[in-house]
Design a protein around this ligand. Structure first.
Ligand SMILES: Cc1cc2nc3c(=O)[nH]c(=O)nc-3n(C[C@H](O)[C@H](O)[C@H](O)COP(=O)(O)O)c2cc1C
Length: 399
């Protein structure tokens, strides 16, 4: 079998097995894996159409880095399957002639409740990296979060977005480094700092490691594996003393770190990666401004719990005392509407915008956001909800 045919067969096998494709009838699944890739963003019918193009465009290791979940990928699959546990209850005879998808958060108004989740190293997917993503966010007026380990600085991301971007903070194992990163973000005018607290142990990303074996390139030609070399490629660390830094995570992290950070910066402060009512209540008690319910897209623990499953009880415990954003597995307008109807303020997406980026650069990201926005609008109309405020818990039920 020739190289092309082999990689085509691998792709079809991957797609056929992909948990991310959950949904659709048998014919729809067959048509999707029928060997036809979209040639331009406008040809895409849904966000999944970009995944196959991303797979073709990317080196196996880079695709693996994006696609991988942790261990047996039980949580990765659960994030998609979780949406089947909930159904929508469409209301009829409601005037939806004027539809309003604007989302307000901390005094800022965005055109959509769809948010760009923070993802490291976007340059691994397209040479325009986070610049393309920030510009796409600007054009659709989406809230956007920039990763600590982005390949663009927070200053440049804010300039490209044309409005404050939120800065995602990995605590690192050195307070001084965390503090310096937070202060840099604050000085740059970040709209909020979002501390990711769900990365604790080694991440066993088997899909990545298997695909790395297929990658014939010398990875060290572009990036060496030491922590020093890693953060030196990340502009948010420029000028920060990283002596002794061994990890962007932190095994001794507790709420004391959050309290200390709360006392250090004036910027709004959120935590990302909460999955339980207990931790959500602690976030309220510790004076945080918001939380992101997330399991890191199934990349950190294989608990098997999807975010959409955890969301209702967390919202109940929070009792509206702070805004709740949710991510992990959101791929459809119906997914987004389910979370908003439960009471989430906004929904962040990760891999789908990477698929668009890897497939076509900025126009791909724009089309991914545009497709989700179009689906969202259609579902809102079908639900008889002319605004995000009209998306209420009575519109969703546990199946
Ligand atoms: C390749 C990749 C890199 C990521 N990097 C980060 C990161 O640097 N910081 C962070 O808080 N979350 C990171 N995440 C998690 C995302 O912010 C988000 O929680 C997740 O992608 C949402 O799930 P989804 O990909 O199913 O939409 C990353 C996710 C992926 C797929």
């Amino acid at each position: 079998m020739g190289g092309d045919a082999l990689s085509r067969r691998r792709l079809l096998n991957y797609l056929a097995a992909s948990p991310l494709l959950a949904g659709g009838g048998a014919l729809a699944q067959e048509l999707r894996t029928s060997d036809k890739l979209i040639a331009a963003p406008r040809e895409a019918l849904d966000v999944f159409d970009f995944e196959a193009v991303a797979h073709r465009n990317l080196a196996p290791a880079h695709f693996g880095y994006m696609a991988s979940g942790v261990d047996g990928e039980v949580t990765l699959r659960a994030n998609r399957d979780g949406f089947l546990k909930f159904q929508l209850r469409p209301r009829r005879l409601v005037d939806v002639g004027k539809l309003d998808t604007t989302m307000e958060l901390f005094g800022e108004t965005y055109g959509s409740p769809i948010v760009i989740a923070p993802i490291g190293s976007n340059a691994a997917f397209h040479s325009d990296g986070e610049l393309a993503v920030s510009r796409a966010a600007r054009n659709g007026n989406h809230l956007s979060m920039l990763s600590t380990v982005a390949t663009l600085s927070i200053d440049d991301a804010i300039a490209a977005r044309g409005r404050p971007v939120w800065f995602q903070l990995y605590p690192t194992d050195h307070w001084n480094v965390a503090e310096a990163l937070a202060r840099r973000a604050e000085k740059a005018g970040a709209g909020a700092i979002v501390v990711t607290v769900d990365v604790v142990a080694r991440q066993n990303w088997e899909t990545l490691y298997r695909l790395m074996r297929d990658d014939t390139r010398d990875c060290s030609a572009c990036h060496q594996r030491t922590m020093k070399a890693f953060v030196q490629r990340k502009p948010n660390f420029d000028g920060i003393d990283i002596a002794g830094l061994t990890s962007t995570g932190h095994t001794t992290l507790t709420w004391d770190f959050v309290k200390r950070l709360r006392d250090t910066v004036k910027t709004r402060l959120l935590v990302k990666g909460l999955m339980t009512t207990e931790d959500a209540v602690l976030a309220v008690d510790n004076g945080l401004d918001g939380i992101v319910v997330s399991n890191h897209g199934g990349r950190v623990d294989d608990s098997g719990r999807s975010t959409i499953d955890a969301l209702p009880e967390i919202l109940k415990a929070v009792r509206g005392r702070l805004p709740v954003i949710v991510d992990s597995g959101f791929r459809r307008g119906t997914d987004i509407v389910k979370a908003l109807a439960m009471g989430a303020r906004a929904v962040a997406i990760g891999r789908p915008y990477l698929w668009g980026l890897a497939a076509f650069g900025q126009p791909g990201v724009e089309r991914v956001l545009g497709l989700l926005q179009t689906e969202l609008r259609a579902v809102m109309m079908q639900m008889g909800a002319p605004s995000l405020k009209a998306l209420t818990p009575t519109l969703v039920r546990r199946a």
